[in-house]
Structure formats: C-alpha cells, structure tokens
Design a protein around this ligand. Structure first.
Ligand code: PMP
Length: 406
C-alpha cells in the first residue's frame, strides 16, 4: 500500500513551520519522532476530563484513568505479540528498561566470574548498565564485533559464548549504522548454549513488525517517543518465568503487597516492577501512538522509509569526500556519514541555519566511533512524514555547504 504522505503530514502540524525563516526539514526521527495530533489531543483530553492517580480506585476519575492505562498494556501486548499482559512493564524509556534488567537479572542470575556479551554497535544505554552490573558482581563484559560494512559478526558467537556466559545484549536495529541484525538467529544460537538474550528494540519497533514470542526474546526494550508516542514512557517485555525470579528494581508504592517493619511482601507482575506513580499521561497517550502506527501499517511505513533511504544514499554518494558508515544492505532509515575535511559539528550547525534538523556528534555510540576512528559524524534519519522533496532540498543544501567549506 502506498501512503498518502501529504495527508499524513497534516497530522503533524509541528512540521509545517519555518525555523530561521526557512521551512523546517526534520531529519532526526531516530533521536525522537514527532507526535501526531491524536497523541497530543489524548493528553489534553485526559487533563481536561479525567486525570487522576491510577490503581488507587477511590473515585470516578482515578478509575477511568486506571482503565485507560491498563488498556494500553493490552495494546502493547498485542503490538509486540507477547503471551501475557503481566510481561509488559512500563518504564520511562529503553534506558530504564535495560537498567532494570541489568540490575534485577544481575542480582538473581549473575555471579562472580560470569560473563555477558554486548555487541560493538550498541547505544550507550545497552553498554553502560552492563558494565555497572559487571563491576558490582565481579563479572566480565565481552564484545561481539561488527565488520567495516556494519554487519555483526555473529559467526564469532561460537567462540565468545562459554559456560560462564549468562546473557547477551544486542540491538535489533543499530541507531548509528541502521543495521537490522538477524536477532532471531542470534537468539537461537544463544539459547542453544543456555544464554538469555535482551533485545534493544528502540530503533526497531516503528520499522519492523515485532513478535517477541516468535523471536523467543527473553527481554525486549523500547521507548514510546521514537514511535510517535510521548517521551518519558518505555516498555520492558520480559518472559514471565524470568521476571518472576527477579527481585524488584525499585521500592515504593504500588510494587508491594504488604509493608511492615518486620516483613514486606511484593506485588505480583507487572506491578512488582512499577514502583511509584508512573507516567500516566504518557502511557495513556502512547495508546494513540500505537493505534496510529497500526492504522498506517508498519510494512507501509517501512516501505516508504526504505525508498527514502535508497534515494538519499544514492544522492549522498554523489558528493565528493563522502563516507557512509554502515554499507551492508539490510538497513533501516538511518544514514550516518562524514564529508572529508569538514567537521561534523560545523556542517550540522550550518544545516540547522538552513532549516534542516540533523543529529551530529558521537550519537551515544562511542564504540562505533572508535571502530571507524572518528570523533563525530552526521546522522540523518527518516520518519513516515518525510518526503523525497525534503531529501532533494537537504542534498542541495549539503552540496552548497561542502563547496563552501572545502
Ligand atoms: N537504544 C537505542 C538503539 C537507541 O537508539 C536509543 C535512543 N537513542 C536508546 C537505546 C535509548 O533510548 P531512551 O533515550 O529513549 O531511553
């Protein structure tokens, strides 16, 4: 199905503005996507009509907010094809979801001398929590490398995994290279050796259909704000039998069953992992984002983004001195690059003044920068609302700047 992008853009009024007297071209959706009106209106409706604290059902508004909040849990369960609603834990983002597992799985299952594997192409959010856990438990973090084309070298897993390996953490889609990793195959290999797998789905959920049961992922983490939803909301999916064996991550209201100074008992899943008042507004509005995505269809969105990816890649390659990081073919709508002799920060600052929003710097992926021995890069990334015309304008602006700065 071909999407009507002009109509879709009407759902995102923020895009129809001028910055520095230039029409805005937003090419930073991998950092955070813009939000459709349905999401913004839901937040407003909640606050105008029935905002109340959830799970404390003392009155009409609290009850209604609770029902809406819990309905989104069911929506998320269906969206990622999880088996049980208790396996869906709301967090404040991918980062918190991974920290939760690193702490709690670490407490239950990681002992001195154990090993965990992370890939070389991870976002800092899928490296640092494991390093912190390893330091606490006396464990070791080992690295699954990628090749220069941006392909994960999964053949190395056979030698990396040993009897001390407890968990492997890998992204489904890399935020810098755009690589779509063969996570199903990786999970199969890991499980064959008794190793659990956490998949960072932050860049995947809005580009690929995700089925956590078919993947057989033990944990799957993602953020609402990269899929048209509000910021400050994330999801951790975890297999029930694992979550049941893991201790709570944070203590407080809601996560308890009974509290006394002698013996406190914990709530059942998923509430055991949801201490305190959650982002009620964000979660409820997230439901609208999922509905919006499902209505457009992930496959149709992916097809549109792929067209933009191929077109932009071809045009970028015409620019002298261009290096694109991540050239293997299985990519999502992300292009990270440098132009020889021009600093990425200078280029992004000047693009910004021309109305073009891109990301520059180390992209929260220092290990990727180290792989290519660069101090920074520029990244463009696409959302469903981007057009080929915007790519043309971006390429024209870039060519002008490259001529000026070379
Ligand atoms: N992992 C990946 C692959 C990401 O792209 C990001 C966001 N840039 C994160 C983790 C962290 O997500 P958040 O900041 O929403 O917690």
């Amino acid at each position: 199905m071909t999407l009507d992008i002009a109509r879709i853009r009407k759902d995102f009024p923020v895009l129809e503005q001028q910055v520095y007297n230039k029409p805005l071209i937003y090419l930073d959706s991998a950092a955070s996507s813009q939000k459709p009106l349905a999401v913004l209106k839901k937040e407003e409706q909640l606050h105008l009509q029935y905002y109340g604290n959830i799970h404390r059902g003392a009155h009409y508004m609290a009850d209604k907010a609770t029902l809406d909040f819990e309905a989104v849990r069911d929506q998320v369960k269906a969206f990622i094809h999880a088996g049980y609603r208790e396996e869906i834990i709301f967090t404040k983002g991918t980062t918190e979801s991974i920290n939760l597992v690193a702490f709690s799985f670490g407490e239950a299952f990681i002992h001195e001398g154990d090993e965990i594997i992370v890939s070389e192409m991870e976002h800092h959010a899928n490296i640092v929590p494991w390093q912190m856990m390893a330091a606490r438990k006396g464990a070791q973090v080992r690295v699954l490398p990628f090749d220069d084309a941006g392909r994960l070298m999964i053949e190395k897993l056979d030698e990396l995994i040993n009897e001390k390996t407890r968990l492997l953490a890998v992204c489904q889609v890399a935020n810098t290279l755009g690589t779509v990793n063969p996570v199903q195959k990786i999970i199969e290999k890991a499980h064959a050796r008794g190793v659990k797998v956490l998949v960072d789905g932050a860049q995947a959920v809005n580009h690929l259909p995700v089925d956590v049961v078919a993947l057989d992922a033990d944990f799957y983490a993602f953020s609402a704000h990269k899929m048209f939803g509000p910021n400050g909301v994330g999801v951790l999916y975890g297999k029930k039998e694992l979550l049941d064996q893991m201790p709570p991550y944070q203590g407080g209201g809601e996560m308890i069953s009974e509290v006394s100074f002698e013996a406190t008992t914990y709530n059942e899943l998923p509430y055991k992992f949801e201490a305190g008042t959650p982002n009620i507004t964000g979660v409820i509005a997230f439901g609208e984002a999922i509905a919006y995505l499902e209505n457009l269809g992930i496959a149709a969105i992916a097809e549109h983004e792929h067209r933009l990816l191929n077109y932009a890649t071809e045009k970028l390659m015409e620019i002298p001195g261009m290096t694109i990081y991540g050239t293997q073919p299985d990519k999502s709508g992300v292009i990270t690059f440098n132009v020889e002799g021009i600093h990425s920060f200078d280029l992004s600052t000047m693009l910004d003044k021309m109305g073009i929003a891109v990301r520059s710097g180390r992209l929260c992926a220092d290990t990727v920068m180290q792989h290519y021995q660069v101090s920074g890069t520029i990244r463009i990334s696409f959302g469903v609302y981007n057009t080929q015309d915007e790519i043309d304008q971006f390429i024209a602006a870039l060519k002008k700047l490259v001529t000026m700065l070379s």
